[in-house]
Design a protein around this ligand. Structure first.
Ligand SMILES: [Zn+2]
Length: 463
């Protein structure tokens, strides 16, 4: 860490905070997005620092910005990517201006402070720091470092990295890529873990349609679409799909067991050796924390969540059809057809009256854990937090990694932050009064810098 100790980390932390405040003050709520505000803003900052970016407007006001620090080409690039859009706010529930970028009581407040303008600010600060180090001659790179700040992640990235991957792949192609989520501390059983995202679940958003015989409601019969649908939804909710272990889930459980130790570790190890329906039942017995059990179930099972119901035209009419919307999440390696088979089996004889229609789907992703970058991330986290325990981790939601992976990159969710025992990243993201601790940013930007500079610096400059 010689390199890192020579830098003025207080100044870099201040710069990160200023960058974040500037980003929060641009209202990029999606819809409608207006990410061109952020693209222009970031492009100006890059130009002020002697870096010429590429700005791409994929649709009116939907802006993306990409910049590159050139290495000597002896290794393939590393991509740092972040989305500039944020989810909308309900201002009445906020105690501060969500677009004010207020710095108070050690926190930067505002929409996107965590998801993910705070992370983008760290990436940008690291990028600018590397550029200064290169100019000073202290950091020749063997790989290019690419920074991409893109639009439209909070919907489906049709105007963001999805379209850039299709139309400008050469601007983004990299061997490795880092973005949200992961690398932030998670307190469990008195220990501090750092989950690093190496996998994410896929989604299948579909409509389940039941049909029956229409008629006058004054003469009831049982071939009623509403009843068929209600029974099917109830059955899906009770569904016990089999447990499936992926490499990431296995490594996550093993890491938790080693870190936690004691009686809970025995339960977690039992989970590892069990499988199928036996494993599912074990989760409830082996894991005391209800939130943790739900999380473990989600990363070891395909899941189905009914999220909407629609039926009926009038109170006295038995309708011909009734529909439910289902949010299904699939494990990496599970196809849409595999999921359909599991659901058909579960619905049994009801299946004949039911049909599924898929509205949108994305496959799950899983990346190799045994890589030099993963090892470097783990080592660097341990250097900066000797009590911290890095573990691979599967996100149950989805990120832009699904697009970046199409270019062949190994994508990790790594955006280091340090939270207090009472703070859970997942509870603060998208919430009211979203905020990030200054101390967390100051720590994270240093960890991220050390990973990126060590991974990309040329061998001739190593100790
Ligand atoms: Zn995000």
């Amino acid at each position: 860490m010689t390199e890192s100790t020579e830098l003025n980390w207080n100044a870099i932390a201040d710069e990160t905070i200023r960058l974040l405040q500037g980003l929060i003050r641009l209202d990029t709520s999606n819809p409608p997005g207006n990410e061109m505000l952020a693209a222009r803003h970031i492009a100006n900052i890059l130009r002020d620092n002697g870096i010429e970016p590429v700005v791409i407007e994929t649709a009116p006001n939907r802006g993306n910005v990409i910049a590159r620090l050139k290495g000597d080409g002896s290794a393939q690039p590393l991509l740092l990517y972040a989305h500039t859009d944020v989810v909308p706010v309900e201002p009445a529930h906020w105690t501060v201006d969500p677009f004010g970028g207020l710095l108070r009581d050690g926190y930067v407040h505002g929409r996107g402070a965590l998801d993910m303008k705070g992370i983008l600010a760290m990436q940008l600060a690291v990028f600018l720091t590397l550029a200064r180090q290169m100019r000073a001659g202290s950091l020749p790179l063997r790989r290019d470092v690419i920074l991409a700040a893109t639009a439209d992640e909070e919907s489906d990235a049709n105007q963001g990295i999805g379209i850039l991957v299709e139309q400008h792949p050469d601007l983004l192609r990299a061997e490795y890529a880092l973005s949200e989520f992961g690398g932030y501390s998670l307190h469990l059983a008195g220990k501090r873990f750092y989950p690093i995202q190496t996998a994410e679940k896929g989604n299948v958003w579909m409509r389940l349609r039941a049909t029956g015989r229409p008629g006058h409601a004054s003469v009831p019969h049982y071939d009623n679409a509403v009843l068929h649908l209600a029974r099917a939804v109830d059955r899906l909710a009770r569904l016990k799909l089999p447990m499936r272990m992926t490499d990431t889930a296995r490594a996550f459980l093993a890491g938790l067991a080693d870190g936690i130790g004691g009686a809970q570790a025995i339960g977690l190890r039992a989970l590892l050796s069990a499988g199928g329906r036996m494993g599912s039942a074990l989760i409830d017995h082996a894991v005391r924390d209800a939130g943790m059990a739900a999380e473990l179930r989600a990363i070891t099972h395909n899941t189905v969540t009914p999220t909407g119901l629609r039926a009926g035209v009038k109170v006295n009419v038995i309708p011909t059809a009734a529909e439910a919307t289902l949010d299904c999440r699939t494990l990496p390696g599970v196809s849409q057809a595999d999921l359909a088979r599991e659901l058909q089996d579960a619905l049994g004889e009801e299946a004949g009256r039911l049909s599924f229609e898929v509205d949108s789907a994305a496959p799950g992703l899983e990346f190799k854990i045994d890589t030099p970058l993963f090892r470097l991330i783990s080592d660097t986290l341990r250097q900066h937090d000797p009590e911290g325990i890095p573990v691979p981790f599967m996100l149950t939601g989805g990120t832009d990694a699904k697009h970046v992976a199409r270019l062949g990159a190994i994508c990790y969710g790594f955006s280091p932050m340090k939270f207090g025992p009472g703070e859970r990243f997942s509870e603060l993201v998208h919430g009211h009064d979203e905020r990030v601790a200054v101390a967390s940013l100051a720590w994270g930007v240093r960890v991220l810098h050390d990973v990126v500079s060590e991974f990309c610096r040329s061998a001739t400059n190593r100790e």
